[in-house]
Each structure stands twice: as C-alpha cells, then as structure tokens.
Design a protein around this ligand. Structure first.
Ligand SMILES: [Zn+2]
Ligand SMILES: [Zn+2]
Length: 379
C-alpha cells in the first residue's frame, strides 16, 4: 500500500534535519543548524481499558507493507510492517509515515544519548563480560551496528482485589532426646529442634498499580524488552513526530489485551508479596488466589532503545540499551576457547596445590622469598 512520507529540512541549506539527543532539537547534520521543537502542554490522558476493548474493531494488529517514495532522492522503498519511521536506504533521508493501528501513541520518551555514546557504553559493558568472544568486541567497533528504535509500550494503571487461601507456618521448638558419641562413649543429650505448625488462612489484599509498562513490540525478544525497565514515565512528553526523525520507530504488534496479560504476570509478583505479608508467620503457602482488576486504564507510548544484533556461529544474539536510563540487557555468546583455557588453568592450579600438599618442601622456598606469599603461588 502506498503511504505518504514526511521529513524536515534545514532552513539554511535544505539538508534533512534529524532529532539530536544532545541538543534535544532537530539538527542539520550538514551545516549544524538546529531547529527547536515546540513544547506542547497537551495532557497525556489515560484511557479506559474495558471501553477500548469493546470498541476496538480488531484485537490483533494488522501487518501492512508501507510503500514510500523518498522526498529527497525519489527512490521507492518498502518499510517493514509496523514501521512508522526509518531512513531512506539509498540517501539516508529520514522518512516518517502514518500509523495504521487503531491506537496510536500519544506520548513518548525522547532519546537522551547519541549512537556514539551508546556505542561507548556498550563497549564498556562487553569489556566487563567474562568469556565474551573477541569477535563481539570487534563487531561493536564497526559502523552503524547500533540502531535507534522507538518501540511501542503499553502503560497500565489498575486497582486489584485478590482473594486467597493459604497456610501460615509458625516455627516452634521441641525438646528431643538424642544419643551422641563423645570420646567413643554413647551419651544421651536433650536437643531443641524446630518444627513448623501450619494453620489454614484466607483473606483479601488490595493493590494499586501505577504505570506498569509492557513492551508492545516483537522486534526484540520480550525477555530483553521487559528487562530494560524501569522507565521514568513521569518524563513522558506529548507525541511529536519530530522526535522520530532519523530514528526507526514502530507501532504495536502486541495488542492492548495481550499486553495486559503480560502486565498481570508483572503484577503477580507484587500481589504475592502483599499476600505473604498479610499471612505473616515464619513461612507462607499460597494455595489459590483470584484477582479482580478495577479502574484499569492504558496509555500507548514510544520508548527509546538502542538495539544491536550480533551473529555468532549461526545464532543471533540481541542486545538493547535503555536510551533513557542507560541500562544494558543482552543475550550473550560464550567463548568456548576462553572457558577451556580457564578450566585448564584451574586444573593446573588444583593439581599444583595437590602437588604442594604432598611436597611441602616446594612451598618453603616460596615462603622464604620476601616479595611473595605462598597463597599467591598456589592460586
Ligand atoms: Zn543545514
Ligand atoms: Zn532517498
């Protein structure tokens, strides 16, 4: 399907403008001219979840290939389904197009650091990894490997009421008689031993959740996307496509209802903590529970993420950086060679220690040397 695309041009030289995390404005990469982005006072609303589900025509997002023509070089290219902005593959000019899903983001968090800064963080992180293959470190040195993405997220508020049944365990002590052997002679002694007394319990806990964030994109694995939090949603600003200029961005591919299922899993952990606190005692068991969700609202927003994909021995590893907080999450390959070398080294040390144990005379010479300690030798 054909789509219109827009981009912003420099008043001074006509070159395309891209969003710059450094100046928080549009910036011309050619002449350096900046153009401020007008600040909006628009309120970021939270919408009624149940009502939206009733009125949504389709729950599952649809995939549409968006054919666009570059405003600068007139090349035709197709954006991947769900993509809202990208750069022309021929001349690099930003192309921003329309959303097709029924719910569009009304707010976003802008990028707070550049690709170069992201790369530095990334390299420091990889340097801190044990057993990372050297190819991974070299790979990051390459150009254009880190892509900036605005990925869609659902943000839910909800009040929960949970009825539960369980067991409260209280520890008490009993005195038991035991036979122990002292100096080869059996002796009877009295010992204190812990026991748990379980009492059936039931009750109700109420929790109030504010801004539970759930990734609504399948571009990177959900485990990675959800590990990137926490996002400071107090910094959300009203949506403006100027922030997308020069970055990849997407609309949701995980629907409003499925997103809430992920949110339930996130909230479950907190609800369980509340139940355990209410049960009290030394140990708690939760046998069953049922949660009702009230006053549920949602927002759809775009969050900034630097993404890299590293191919190693036929497998793709995903890396992502939260471009608000700087937190890095990644799947990681292990260098078998480095592990083999370390295991070999440990074996040598152990064998060395065994040898020293059996031949203590070897150590003496080491201990006599003032500059070294025996433990350094065997370590
Ligand atoms: Zn310019
Ligand atoms: Zn172009």
């Amino acid at each position: 399907m054909k789509f219109q695309s827009i981009n912003f041009t420099c008043e001074s030289c006509g070159a395309p403008l891209k969003y710059s995390p450094v100046t928080a404005s549009l910036k011309c990469e050619f002449c350096g001219t900046t153009q401020p982005i007008e600040q909006s006072n628009e309120i970021i609303y939270e919408y009624n979840f149940q009502e939206a589900l009733v009125h949504l025509d389709r729950q599952e997002p649809q995939a549409i290939d968006k054919e666009i023509t570059c405003n600068k070089c007139a090349a035709h290219f197709t954006l991947t389904p769900y993509s809202v902005s990208s750069n022309c593959p021929y001349c690099g000019t930003p192309a921003i197009t329309d959303f097709v899903q029924e719910i569009t983001p009304k707010s976003l968090l802008p990028f707070t650091f550049t690709q170069e800064q992201a790369k530095q963080r990334f390299k420091a992180w990889i340097g801190s990894l044990w057993f990372a293959p050297n190819q991974l470190k070299e790979y990051i040195d390459g150009e254009e490997k880190l892509q900036g993405y605005y990925l869609p997220h659902w943000i839910y508020d909800t009040d929960t009421v949970t009825h539960y049944r369980g067991q409260r365990g209280d520890i008490y002590y009993v005195t038991v008689e035991r036979t122990v052997v002292v100096n080869g002679q059996p002796q009877r002694i009295m010992q204190q031993e812990p026991r748990i007394h379980w009492t059936p319990v039931s009750g109700t806990v109420q929790n109030s959740f504010d801004d539970v964030t759930v990734g609504a994109s399948r571009t990177i694995p959900h485990t990675i996307l959800d590990s990137l939090g926490s996002w400071d949603t107090t910094r959300l600003i009203p949506f403006n496509e100027k922030y997308l200029s020069g970055f990849e961005s997407e609309e949701y591919t995980i629907g409003l209802d499925n997103g809430f299922e992920y949110a339930k899993v996130k909230m479950d952990y907190i609800i369980r903590q509340s139940i355990r606190a209410q049960i009290g005692g030394d140990q708690q068991q939760i046998n069953n529970k049922e949660t009702q969700y009230h006053n549920t609202t949602y927002k759809n927003a775009l969050f900034p993420i630097w993404i890299a994909q590293f191919k190693y021995k036929g497998k793709v590893y995903n890396y992502a950086i939260n471009a608000q907080s700087g937190k890095i999450v990644g799947e990681r390959p292990y260098s078998i060679m480095k592990i083999v070398l370390l295991v070999g080294f440990i074996l040598v040390v152990i064998l060395g220690a065994v040898y020293l144990d059996e031949h203590p005379e070897v150590l003496e010479g080491v201990i006599d040397t003032p500059s070294s300690h025996s433990y350094q030798y065997v370590r």
